[in-house]
Design a protein around this ligand. Structure first.
Ligand code: IPE
Ligand code: IPE
Ligand code: MG
Ligand code: MG
Ligand code: MG
Length: 309
């Protein structure tokens, strides 16, 4: 994570919002939804309700930002969608897993997710926890080639990448620190580290998985990782901002919930929004080595900077 002093003050360039980006976002999200539907287990008799609980959250209308990042990067290197879509869906399954767990009474105790009652509210806590594990398990199975046509060396690298992102130095560690934060006025550096782990780590993995599948040159992979680090932090800061500014109706989840450790509490709503814009600009800067080839990845970042839910 670059120091905040490295950030440039300019906002993201609006030129990225062209028609190609719009088509990619719409068609990509549709392709992810259809593939998720295909790859998730189908409810059957005497299955204990787990497949239905997995589908309940994973197929609910999320924004599909992380799998779109994987697809955008994989597309950059011409990876066939038959390889990139299952990997992108694995990332989305892991994300859905984290959302189910995050909403539990022992964590954020949230009752609404993606516009629907939270998983545990409908399915019960035990089923929700098992469904979260089942999504995680399915994700690793996919990456190990259960359904993907991915070659052996790339499979192992992708698995290692995801494991690193989710581990104690990544999403799990960040979530633990977030839950342990006892003061909404934790200092800025600590909050940045928590956000970078709990949210930034999966953004990095989303991009890296696409780069690994595409056998990208190491220098470009480094640039993409730096891009995702900044974008992931920006995304969580915007989430804090929306938590303060949005309503459950527009967000599809409760608002005013993220008071434990929060950029808005620390630097105010305008300050948080400004910081997120700077981080997006910094993320876009890292894409320079890709030139015009990076237009879809950049367009996605620009869309994220304008997120309203
Ligand atoms: C919610 O992520 C959790 C965060 C890390 C902020 P999203 O805002 O991407 O949620 P969905 O996938 O669109 O529901
Ligand atoms: C959650 O952050 C990050 C995860 C690892 C799930 P939040 O708790 O802010 O996410 P929302 O606001 O519930 O989506
Ligand atoms: Mg949380
Ligand atoms: Mg939450
Ligand atoms: Mg939040």
């Amino acid at each position: 994570m670059p120091a905040r002093s490295d950030l440039r003050a300019s906002p993201p360039a609006p030129g990225f919002s062209d028609a190609r980006v719009g088509d990619f976002l719409r068609d990509g999200a549709r392709a992810v939804d259809a593939e998720l539907d295909r790859l998730l287990p189908t409810p059957a008799q005497e299955d204990g309700g787990i497949p239905a609980a997995m589908r309940y959250t994973a197929l609910a209308p999320g924004k599909r930002i992380r799998p779109l990042l994987t697809l955008a990067v994989a597309d950059l290197y011409g990876v066939p969608r038959s390889e990139s879509l299952p990997a992108a869906c694995a990332i989305e399954m892991v994300h859905a897993c984290s959302l189910i767990l995050d909403d539990l009474p022992c964590m954020d105790n949230a009752d609404l997710r993606r516009g629907l009652p939270a998983n545990h509210q409908v399915k019960g806590e035990a089923t929700a926890i098992l469904a979260a594990f089942a999504l995680l398990n399915r994700a690793y199975g996919l990456l190990a080639g259960a359904a993907a046509e991915v070659e052996e060396p790339a499979q192992s690298e992708v698995g290692r990448c995801l494991s690193r992102a989710l581990g104690t130095e990544g999403v799990i560690g960040g979530q633990a620190l977030d839950l342990a934060a006892d003061s909404p006025r934790a200092d800025l550096d600590r909050l940045e580290r928590i956000h970078s782990r709990k949210t930034g780590s999966l953004f990095i993995a989303s991009v890296e998985v696409g780069a690994i599948l595409g056998r990208s040159p190491l220098s470009e992979r480094g640039a993409l990782v730096a891009f995702a680090k900044n974008l992931g932090l920006a995304y969580q800061i915007l989430d804090d901002w929306l938590d303060a500014k949005g309503s459950p109706r527009t967000l599809g989840k409760p608002s005013g919930k993220d008071g434990r450790g929060n950029f808005v509490t620390l630097v105010g709503a305008e300050g948080a929004k400004g910081l997120a814009d700077e981080l997006v600009a910094c993320a876009l800067d890292h894409l320079r080595p890709l030139g015009t080839r990076g237009v879809l990845v950049a367009g996605l970042a620009f869309e994220i900077s304008r997120r309203s839910r």
